[in-house]
Design a protein around this ligand. Structure first.
Ligand SMILES: Cc1ncc(COP(=O)(O)O)c(C=O)c1O
Length: 374
């Protein structure tokens, strides 16, 4: 088994997750998919929303399931009632997929997209935010942890700055759920999205959102699928819930939902202190090697350590480490383009340990990296 330091890509699924999924698939194959769904309705219709709600500190009614984090984000954000002249704040750490959507919405509605400035060490400039917030700001988008480097943004403090104002507040928690405490209630956000497959250790093809009631009340969706709407006359339908499930479509991969539920329950049962100490050890091992440069802005860091080397390419480092039994990944500058362009990073090595890795794994990684960079 390789040492898996690519949890920011996809974490290793615990046994409980693979068992939940393979057991469910076997039930579908042997006894019928609709019949399996009926047998597991408690989990599929209720339990998974409750466990996710507990994990995110949000009411179960605010939870909706999707097939990716991008789908979760775009399914909500693309239906917000923007008007011409609205300002939208993003940060230099915004994910490229979200930026593509913001660019589209700018064109469609005539939005002004403003990028929150950074202070010298790469932290977000909260004073600038306090000084410039106004009721013409319609949405503030903040990634809790970006895709390409490990900075942790101060989402609770930003929530306090924004609370008196009319803007919606959206958190991309794709890289933080599962590795850092995430509380929708403490952040005070209207939207928080994530993926099952990363630090939560769930299956691929699963994503989720917590969508608060204030936001739900102001979104007019162009379509409601038949699990939450009924044709009440030949030419009329009624939506039968005000919950966040209004954003979902009825059909989905139930085995994936079972796996997601198992992953969240596994996460809720954890008693470890998180990957912080491993992250520090990885960072120290990289830093001591000549020619390395950490891409490491900000004062608080999560378990994503990104670096380049002055002689050996990131792709070569990844391949050589893989040959030595260590999985790392490439952070593409174009995925976090606003920050990475100013940092001059096109590609970098991204090392993302998790709590189930050990300090011995970090030593093996350090020896392998030393060997590769010799
Ligand atoms: C910060 C961040 N946001 C969003 C995404 C998109 O997630 P998905 O691929 O599930 O749409 C990623 C994926 O790596 C990410 O790192």
């Amino acid at each position: 088994m390789p040492i898996h330091f690519n949890n920011a890509g996809a974490g290793l699924m615990p046994e409980a997750v693979t068992q939940a999924m393979t057991g469910y698939l076997a039930e579908e194959a042997r006894g019928g998919a609709y019949e399996a769904e009926q047998r597991h309705a408690d989990t599929l219709e209720h339990g998974v929303y409750e466990t996710l709600g507990r994990a995110l500190d949000a009411p179960a009614d605010d939870i909706a399931l999707f097939d990716s984090a991008t789908r979760a984000w775009s399914s909500v954000v693309s239906h917000l009632p923007f008007t011409s002249g609205d300002r939208v704040w993003v940060t230099p750490y915004e994910y490229a997929g979200n930026l593509i959507l913001w660019t589209e919405l700018r064109r469609r509605f005539g939005l002004t997209i403003e990028v929150v400035p950074l202070v010298a060490d790469g932290d977000l400039d909260l004073e600038w935010m306090s000084a410039h917030i106004g009721d013409d700001v319609a949405f503030v988008a903040v990634p809790h942890v970006p895709s390409g480097c490990g900075i942790v943004t101060p989402v609770e403090e930003i929530g306090k700055i924004l609370a008196p104002w009319r803007c919606f507040y959206g958190i991309d928690a794709c890289q933080s759920v599962g590795q850092l405490p995430v509380s929708v209630a403490s952040i005070g956000c209207d939207l928080l999205t994530g993926a099952g497959r990363k630090f939560l250790r769930g299956p691929r093809g699963t994503g989720f959102a917590a969508i608060g009631p204030r936001l739900r009340a102001q979104v007019s969706l162009p379509f409601h699928d038949l699990h939450i709407a009924d044709m009440v006359a030949d030419d009329d339908y009624e939506v039968n819930t005000s919950s966040a499930r209004r954003f979902e479509y009825a059909e989905r991969g139930s085995a994936g939902v079972m796996g997601l539920d198992a992953a969240v329950r596994h996460h809720l049962a954890r008693t470890d202190g998180g990957p912080g100490p491993l992250r520090d050890a990885v960072r120290a091992a990289i830093e001591e090697l000549p020619g390395t440069r950490l891409v490491d802005p900000g004062s608080r860091h999560a378990a994503i350590v990104t670096f380049t080397h002055d002689r050996v390419s990131p792709e070569r480092i990844r391949a050589e480490l893989r040959a030595r039994g260590v999985n790392v990944w490439i952070a593409q500058g174009s995925h976090t383009p606003l920050y990475m362009r100013t940092a001059g990073v096109e590609f970098a090595v991204r090392v993302s340990p998790h709590y189930y890795n050990s300090l011995a794994d970090v030593e093996t990684f350090a020896d392998a990296l030393r060997d590769v960079l010799r």
